[in-house]
Design a protein around this ligand. Sequence first.
Ligand code: IPD
Ligand code: CA
Ligand code: CA
Length: 270
Amino acid sequence: MNNEKSEFLGTAFRAAMLAGDIILSKLGKLSRENIDVKQASDFVTSVDRESELIIIETIRKKFPGHRFLAEESLREVEDANYRWIIDPLDGTTNYIHGYPVFSLSIALEFNGEIILGVIFDPLSDEIFTAETGKGAFLNGKPVRISTLTDLTDSLLATGFPFRKRDLIDPYLKLFKNIFNRVSDIRRAGSAALDLAYVASGRCEGFFEIGLGPWDIAAGSLLIKEAGGIVTDFGGGNDFLLTGNIVAAAPAIHGEILKEVKAVFQGAIDR
Ligand code: IPD
Ligand code: CA
Ligand code: CA
């Protein structure tokens, strides 16, 4: 494994630190005027926007020809070049409430493949990084997916489908079926951190419906580089397109996917 920083990783790292400073400096200081509603239960704050701006500026200064897919501003389409996929604040609802679980996520895609992922939790000062073929790291130290093999002993993470409330019944059915087979399930409120925690072995698996590519691009590479498996709800590779994701340690991914398919096969787009 090699944790020598490439130019890409060095730049993403710098951008993450600058954005993290902004996020921390404004924590607990937002007023109502700083918060806009995108749709029911879906918020954007001035901090999301400032964080996104500094991340894009930092990267653009170094790589002026690159494209961006950033949650709050730029939706440039993929081409045969480099594109950065950015969630400037993952866990905005938590952040607004001062609930201390949030992060930012930066990924780099080349020719449609994610080749770099950075997830930063500024509160705990933990930065999870991965580049293709180099392994996954937490604050520069290698991390690996959990070695647990028994689903019964597993701790999973998930997110509720608050943007797709019409799916709450099948989601709750799936939740119950999985809950009855595992040790416990967490819903902490930052999908990027959920994935980073799976990659670093703090929990064994994660499933959620209807995420954006910015929520999962960096985390999906972290999981793969840490030795885990990431699929969509059909068991294929289209999780960035569908936003439906199952990520887990190899020994238990198949079991979670079986439960997902039993409820969702045919009901939604993988
Ligand atoms: C959200 C968080 C949450 C997940 C949502 C995401 P945001 O991101 O990751 O855990 O359940 O689906 O959209 O909106 O705070 O960037
Ligand atoms: Ca997000
Ligand atoms: Ca966000």
